[in-house]
Every structure is written in structure tokens, then in C-alpha cells.
Design a protein around this ligand. Structure first.
Ligand code: FEO
Ligand code: CA
Ligand code: CA
Ligand code: CA
Length: 637
């Protein structure tokens, strides 16, 4: 979902008082590139068309770029096909009822593919007895929008909402875990009723809280006096697949679910305010369920904002909310195994002026010992990033007792530091960013790609070296270079890859390689993926109002082409593009089309497209596509 309500919660931004370092950073923000980066010398410098001369640049990608534009359907380069794999409401289990959008209910939705698919994880399984490729897809259902989901609701929202609507919404949140198989022609299809099939929801799926905050008094509720078992997960945006084949679901905008107000001076008032949990929700679940009403359950909001680890190989397993990874509006949760064997997990806090985090496990990954690896995310050090104008990023540990993270500042334990991760990071002087979305580390290169989607509230006084544009409407991409590939490092280097927006519009202040065509630039980078060849692909969410379409772009990251975008896919009107995930052989690209038809003023009855069915009896539906090359080759080859 493109959360464009102008909201932000960081008091450092609200007061316009950043640190002195930001003032210094601002003065130095004309710096185009830091030294010592990877092949930076031949890059385009700035958005005014000044570039290094193109010599014998060799693109990493070979496909015919698609044209810019917005219409009712999706578009691909010549030579590619997109199969619609899973749509909202599609059956998953042997006894799943047929989707009847005019008569939805929670019971049916629990057995059907959920709404608003976002993250896509791919876990290969051994081939079946006929040699067909098999895999498990792990797919987040980020959110629901009642006016685009139910007939008759838009004309009188929220008064028309019933408890049954809310329970159906809760069932449409969460995740679907789906086995897929490939036929002899290369097309994938879901295996209905597979032993792996699972729905996880916001309503009923029990989840164990683990790590330093588990059981803490601030996580206890009437329904769970021990503070150890949460009910469900919601607003799961991006995520990750670990080296031990578990599925991480990142809980993002949990503030949107809680109504009611805390009494003045309540223990959690300041904490909830820091997360925007201020009783003005997007959902009306609190009208029907006490746990979403802050007056009745002031601690329930503390049980969200975590990363959830799921074992997709065991549908009976209990998902775990890993509190050692911090409590923020987690966009994603991609991890790598560092050369030392430690797990390093990166996650952005997707709100204006929030921060970038990295977790380093205490223990090391053991190949083949899945049981031991299952505990790796419960013990380690969470760090927050401080970017400097000299191209350095310092990772500041969020450890109780260190620096300002003491009783003097209201932290009694590591549990408090994790529950109030944002405030802890404020005190450490982390760099307020332009909405960190997906973050992808590449173990082959030691580089980490950070998508910063946009920030239309940053003022000229608030720019800093890593976020150098006021009113940053189009976002940018930062590269972090871990020293010698040591992802555990406390100090790394950083550089820009691109500053997004139209390079021909001087007011945008964009920065692309001059070889980027008029179709190759984009705005609002959100999800990204690294393909099996190590190439970066970037999906977008936003800027349709400027005429910029949402889609997927191939990004050159090295050599003379570095900073060149090339348009590969675009979605139908109203949609953002989510998921991107490659099969292990690089021959299938799974991609999410989220909220098609949800343009300004659109409703269930009148979406701006009826993609993907184009049936007057069916509203628009989010869906997962499987994209292949007609000749069976590697995507982008
Ligand atoms: Fe759910 Fe950060 O986008
Ligand atoms: Ca987004
Ligand atoms: Ca996102
Ligand atoms: Ca990703």
C-alpha cells in the first residue's frame, strides 16, 4: 500500500531539530559521489545531463525495454509471457469454496488466497516422481481496503462495516504458503491441497513471542497474561527467506489498527505516540474486538511491529515473533550469512524520517543443523545506521546499558530497548531517512541495496548527506559496501546508486547514468530483488499522479553502465509492484501486482481497471504472476 497520508512520528523531524551533523551534512550535500566506491569514476554526475563519456559499455541485461505509460493491463518485453498464478480469492485447499466476491465471509477467506499480496519467497523442493520442478511460495497479504473489497461499503464507510466484514478482513491478511509445480512447457501452477498449504491470518493464527521482550509485562494482555502468545500478524509488507529456509514476515504499519485513547499520563502514551498509535485507525476492528481498542488493551499494540519467523516446511508449526530484531514498522527482513557464519539481517523502518537497521546474530549458522539455526534470530545485537558525509556508515548498537540506553532514559532492560526501538535509535543519533523500504544484501559482493522510497515532508533544513533532497518525491537508492564482505562490520561505506525522478526535469534533481532512456527512469523504489546472476531489479510504488507508471526495472550497478535503469514490466493502473523473486535457475520471475484499479475515487464497484479478469462481475484483484521467457531462457538474457 502506498501510505501517502503525510504521517510521521519522529520528534526529531517534527521539531525540525536534527543534529549538528545534519547541518554539516547539508553543506556538503552537493558532493556527488564518495571516493573509493566500486567503479564510480565513469558514472553520470547529477541530473543535468552531464555524464562521463560512454565508451564500450556492455549492458548486463538483454531485453527490449518496454514503453512508459499507464493503462488497464500489464506489459512485458517481447519474448516473455506472464501466467497469472494466484489471485485474491483463489482456492488453496482441496475443500476451498469458489470465490464469491459479493458474498464473502471469514470461513471461506481462510481457505482462499488473501488480499493485497506483497512479499514473495521461493523455496525449491526436490522434483516430483515425474521430474517436475516443485517449490513453495511464501506470500504476504499486506492489508485490506474495505471500500475496494466489499460491495456496498464504499457508499457509507465506515458505518456499513460489520463485525463479519472485519473478520473477513482479518482472514484476508497474513500469508499464503503454496506449493507450485512446473509443467513440461515451463508453466507453474499451484498444487491445490498440497501438504504444505497454509493460511496465516491477522485473526486466529497463534504466534509465540520469543527473544528479549518475550513475557515482559508490557506485552501482557487480558487474553495473554504471560505475554508469550500473540494472535496473528498484520500489515506484512516485504520479508525474507533465511539460509535455513524459514520465511520472515515483516510487520509494517500496525498503528493503523488501534482505536481508542489512553488516559493522560499512561505508561504507554509516549511510546505509542512514537509509533503513530494515536487512536485514529485505518480499520474499525477496535469497534468489535477489545484487543484493538487501546482503552481496553493498552499493551496489544506492543505485540506488533516485529518480524515473524515461519517454518513453511511444517504447516503445524507455530510462527515466532522475534523480538531481538526490534520493533519498528519493518518493511522487509532479508538476511545473509557473513563469512564468519553470523546471520546479518537488514530491515528498514518505512516511515518518513525513520531509520535503517541491521541485526547481527550472536551464534553462527550451521549448515545442515536446522534445529540449531531456528534459534539464531533470538540472540544478537541490533544496530541502527548513522550515515556521514564522508561516505561512512556507522552501525550503532541498541544494547541496554550502553550509551544513553539506561534507566536514566527510561530503559530498564533489553526488553524496553526492543519495545521502544525507535526512541532508542533517536537517542543514539541515527540518520533520519526518506522512508526505507526493501533492503537486499548480496553475499557475492558484500554490497547492500537500500530502497528509499520518498519523503514529501523533508524540508531544506532537514536534508542530510544520505537524504539530500528536500520534498523528495521520487526517492533514491543507496549502496552500502560492507568491508571485505564482512556484513557484521560496525563501520561500512555508502554511496548513491541513483536519485530517482525524471532526469530531463531539472527540478527533480535526479541522478541517473545518461544511458538511461526515457523509459528507464522511475520513482518511489520499494521492493527489489537480486537475481541468481547478481543483477539488481527494482519495483516501484507511487508517482502515478505525476504520470510515472509503476513497474519493474533492471538496474545496472557496476561498470560504465552503473546507474542505468531499463524498464522490464509495468503494472495496470492503480497498482504497485511487489514481491519480485526469481526461481533458483533465474528462468522464472514471480512478481506481485498489488491493489490494481485502486486509483483516487475507485471503489469495489468502480475500480479503475478490472485486471486481471476483465469480467464485469469481478472486481480488480491483486495477483501473483509467473513471468518466463518464451524460449525458456534466463530472465533478462
Ligand atoms: Fe508496505 Fe513500506 O510498503
Ligand atoms: Ca511503498
Ligand atoms: Ca513496500
Ligand atoms: Ca526483496
Amino acid at each position: 500500500m502506498n501510505e501517502d497520508d503525510g504521517r510521521f512520528s519522529n520528534p526529531r523531524a517534527i521539531s525540525s531539530i536534527d543534529t549538528i551533523s545534519a547541518l554539516v551534512d547539508r553543506r556538503l550535500s552537493r558532493r556527488a559521489f564518495v571516493g573509493g566506491g566500486v567503479a564510480v569514476s565513469a558514472l553520470a554526475l547529477g541530473g543535468c545531463g552531464k555524464t562521463a563519456p560512454a565508451k564500450t559499455a556492455q549492458p548486463s541485461f538483454n531485453f527490449t525495454e518496454i514503453a512508459r505509460g499507464i493503462d488497464e493491463t500489464h506489459h512485458l518485453p517481447d519474448g516473455y509471457v506472464a501466467d497469472i498464478l494466484l489471485r485474491w480469492g483463489d482456492p488453496l485447499f482441496a475443500d476451498s469454496p469458489t470465490f464469491d466476491p459479493d458474498n464473502q465471509n471469514s470461513t471461506d477467506q481462510h481457505k482462499q488466497f488473501g488480499q493485497s499480496n506483497d512479499f514473495i519467497g521461493f523455496i525449491a523442493l526436490p522434483p516430483d516422481e515425474d521430474g517436475a520442478a516443485r517449490a513453495i511460495l511464501c506470500i504476504n497479504h499486506e492489508y485490506t481496503k474495505a471500500t475496494m473489497m466489499f460491495p456496498g461499503v464504499a457508499e457509507n464507510y465506515p458505518e456499513r462495516m460489520t463485525k463479519a466484514h472485519c473478520e473477513t478482513e482479518m482472514a484476508a491478511h497474513g500469508a499464503s504458503i503454496v506449493e507450485i509445480r512446473q509443467d513440461v512447457d515451463g508453466a507453474w501452477a499451484p498444487v491445490i491441497g498440497s501438504q504444505y498449504t497454509r493460511r496465516i491470518t491477522a485473526g486466529t493464527t497463534p504466534m509465540t513471542l520469543t527473544g528479549p521482550a518475550a513475557g515482559h509485562a508490557r506485552l501482557q494482555t487480558n487474553a495473554d497474561p504471560q505475554g508469550l502468545t500473540a494472535a496473528g500478524t498484520m500489515y506484512n509488507c516485504a520479508g525474507g527467506i533465511t539460509a535455513w529456509n524459514t520465511y520472515l514476515m515483516a510487520e509494517e504499519n500496525f498503528h493503523g489498527y488501534f482505536s481508542g485513547a489512553l488516559a493522560d499520563g499512561h505508561r504507554e502514551s509516549e511510546n505509542h505516540k512514537r509509533y503513530g498509535v494515536t487512536g485514529s485507525p485505518w480499520y474499525v476492528w477496535g469497534n468489535f474486538l477489545d484487543r484493538f481498542n487501546l482503552e481496553k488493551e493498552p499493551n496489544e499494540a506492543n505485540r506488533f511491529g516485529w518480524i515473524v519467523e515461519v517454518d513453511p516446511l511444517d504447516p503445524a508449526s507455530t510462527p515466532r515473533k522475534r523480538t531481538a530484531l526490534g520493533r519498528i514498522k519493518h518493511e522487509g527482513a532479508e538476511s545473509v550469512i557473513a563469512p564468519s557464519g553470523h546471520v546479518v539481517l537488514y530491515s528498514g523502518d518505512d516511515e518518513r524520517f525513520e531509520y535503517l537497521y541491521k541485526f547481527v546474530s550472536t551464534n553462527t549458522f550451521v549448515e545442515g543443523d536446522r534445529a540449531a539455526n531456528m534459534a539464531l534470530l533470538d540472540d544478537g545485537v541490533l544496530h541502527v545506521a548513522r550515515f556521514s558525509e564522508d561516505g561512512i556508515v556507522d552501525w550503532l548498537p541498541l544494547t541496554f546499558g550502553h550509551g544513553p540506553l539506561t534507566a536514566e532514559n527510561g530503559f530498564q532492560s533489553q526488553a524496553d530497548v526492543m519495545i521502544e526501538t525507535r526512541r532508542a535509535a533517536d537517542l543514539l543519533g541515527a540518520t533520519p531517512m526518506d522512508r526505507p523500504e526493501d533492503v537486499e544484501p548480496d553475499p557475492r559482493t558484500g554490497r547492500v541495496w537500500v530502497m528509499l522510497t520518498n519523503n514529501n515532508r523533508r524540508t531544506e533544513e532537514q536534508v542530510n548527506a544520505a537524504n539530500p533532497r528536500a520534498n523528495n518525491e521520487f526517492g533514491h537508492i543507496i549502496e552500502i559496501i560492507e568491508p571485505d564482505g564482512d556484513f557484521t562490520a560496525r563501520q561500512s561505506r555508502w554511496d548513491f546508486l541513483v536519485k530517482c525522478g525524471d532526469p530531463k526535469d531539472p527540478s527533480a534533481g535526479a541522478m541517473w547514468n545518461a544511458q538511461t532512456s526515457e523509459n528507464g527512469w522511475f520513482g518511489s523504489p520499494d521492493n527489489c530483488a537480486i537475481d541468481p546472476s547478481g543483477r539488481l531489479w527494482v519495483a516501484t510504488d507511487g508517482n502515478e499522479d505525476t504520470g510515472a507508471n509503476n513497474g519493474l526495472w533492471a538496474m545496472e550497478t557496476t561498470g560504465e553502465m552503473r546507474g542505468t535503469g531499463r524498464a522490464f514490466f509495468r503494472g495496470p493502473v492503480g497498482a504497485e509492484i511487489t514481491g519480485p523473486r526469481f526461481s533458483d535457475d533465474g528462468r522464472t520471475l514471480f512478481i506481485g501486482v498489488q491493489h490494481p484499479g485502486d486509483s483516487d475515487g475507485a471503489t469495489y464497484e468502480n475500480p479503475s481497471t478490472r485486471w486481471p479478469d476483465f469480467d464485469s462481475n469481478m472486481t480488480a484483484r491483486s495477483a501473483v504472476l509467473a513471468i518466463r521467457k518464451k524460449d525458456g531462457g534466463v530472465i533478462g538474457s
